[in-house]
Design a protein around this ligand. Structure first.
Ligand code: GDP
Ligand code: MG
Length: 441
């Protein structure tokens, strides 16, 4: 998708006279690309109309960077569509919140329930899991296994067949045990959809959830809108989680889910494991959707952050797939050199709002400096390695001691490294033009 949009914009930039016709051609090409990315047709149409309103043709003719202006209009339109205008309910500590998960069978509810619980547990909540899926054989075992692994209390039954009864019993028990985040997993089965939705309604009525989360498999494509809408019409969906974003899914379904439920996406699932779960962040997601996360956007961003003389060497290394700790160190240095963090916020590819939340620039800066201090305690071999497995316990202890930090912080820094390395590894195999002109990429 990104490639196609980039090409469409490139063509546009090459035309000397941008008239209505040229803009339309460009927008049509972008429309086709978005449709192929599973963004639903009415949404694409709406966006096209809005972009035409935003993009002022006279501005474009006056020698402005046409490509940029249109690109930015598309970007901000897509961001707007992912923002339903109100945040999702956020559970509070030490006060019981009930969160109910709904979605079709196989969407990833049970997996996501545990990820959600585990995520909040790490933040200091006391979560608990209730299995109200009495339909699928093995549903309780699956939840039990996940919960045990994450050391999260769980409730369910092998014999009781009434999901409402189990849900209520579980919620009551965990309220008494003063859990502050009680998560109810439900079934997604039923050949006849009507009976599934009736069951959802009954469980919701009996447990009175503070938040209903609709879980959607990102690979369902154009079916997303209708599916999300069907759930919204039965239960008061207040947030969306999109799963299996690690697969071949194109991600456009997220826009449909938001439009259909008028609720924000709060997390995405990026794998089967407990920690393959990310806070959803609109801008990086849209970048990815537009393919700005691939070459051209990535390189654009690098060019903004990395000093010119360092660029060819950096790209050379990245093209060989070596995102070492030293590269991370150098890029942190570049970020710090650029001055006020609020201006360079999330400029570096892969630096997410998670690492540098808006409004917390001071803390983010301190965090980066802390990471760098720890890296100062690494040996050259360690810095030049791109294999985090070399950091065994004794090495981590040495680094922690040398930098006056604790091992957990070293681990946290290495986690951040792994995350960035995963993103930057996309640069592998990149062909660098001989003349070093990266704008041609
Ligand atoms: P449920 O029927 O909605 O409860 O779905 P499950 O939680 O049982 O998940 C169905 C399948 O999808 C399982 O094999 C999960 O391991 C898998 N799954 C769930 N979330 C993700 C994800 O984010 N990425 C990948 N790759 N697989 C996932
Ligand atoms: Mg399940």
């Amino acid at each position: 998708l990104g490639g196609r949009i980039t090409r469409a914009l490139q063509q546009m930039a090459n035309v000397t006279i941008i008239d209505e016709k040229a803009l339309n051609e460009c927008l049509n090409e972008i429309t086709r690309a978005l449709l192929q990315s599973d963004v639903s047709f009415p949404l694409v149409k709406e966006m096209q109309t809005n972009i035409k309103k935003i993009v002022n043709l006279e501005d474009l003719a006056a020698g402005h960077n046409k490509r940029r202006i249109i690109e930015q209009a598309i970007f901000s339109e897509l961001c707007k569509m992912l923002d339903p205008g109100k945040p999702a309910f956020a559970p509070k500590k030490a006060k019981p919140s009930i969160v109910m998960f709904v979605g079709l069978q196989g969407a990833g509810k049970t997996t996501t329930c545990t990820k959600y619980a585990y995520y909040h547990q790490k933040k200091g909540y006391k979560p608990a899991l209730v299995c109200a899926d009495t339909f699928r054989a093995g549903a309780f075992d699956q939840l039990k296994q996940n919960a045990t692994k994450a050391k999260i209390p769980f409730y369910g039954s092998y014999t009781e067949s009434d999901p409402v009864k189990i849900a209520v019993e579980g919620v009551d028990r965990f309220k008494k045990e003063s859990c502050d985040l009680i998560i109810v997993d439900t079934s997604g089965r039923h050949k006849q959809e009507a009976s599934l939705f009736e069951e959802m309604r009954q469980v919701a009525e009996a447990t009175k959830p503070d938040l209903v989360i609709f879980v959607m498999d990102s690979s369902i494509g154009q079916a997303a809108f209708d599916q999300a809408q069907a759930f919204k019409q039965s239960v008061a969906v207040g947030a969306v989680i999109i799963t299996k974003m690690d697969g071949h899914a194109k991600g456009g379904g997220a826009l449909s889910a938001v439009a259909a439920t008028k609720s924000p996406v709060i997390f995405i699932g990026t794998g089967e494991h407990m920690d393959e779960f990310e806070v959803f962040d609109v801008k990086p997601f849209v970048s990815r959707l537009l393919g700005m996360g691939d070459w051209s956007g990535f390189v654009d961003k690098l060019q903004e952050v990395v000093p010119k003389d360092q660029q060819p060497e950096l790209l050379e290394k990245l093209s060989q797939g070596n995102f070492t700790l030293r590269i991370m160190y150098d890029q942190f240095q570049n970020i710090l050199n650029m001055g006020p963090l609020n201006q360079v916020f999330s400029m570096l590819p892969g630096i997410s709002a998670e690492m540098m939340p808006k409004g917390h620039e001071k803390e983010s800066q301190a965090k980066i400096k802390r990471y760098m201090t720890m890296m100062d305690s690494m040996t050259n071999d360690e810095l030049d390695s791109s294999n985090p497995k070399v950091f065994n316990e004794s090495r981590m202890m040495r680094i922690a001691r040398g930098s006056g930090r604790i091992v957990r912080e070293v681990m946290e820094m290495l986690e951040e490294y792994k995350r960035l390395a995963k993103i930057w590894s996309k640069m592998k195999g990149l062909k660098i033009p001989k003349n070093g002109d990266m704008s041609a990429l």
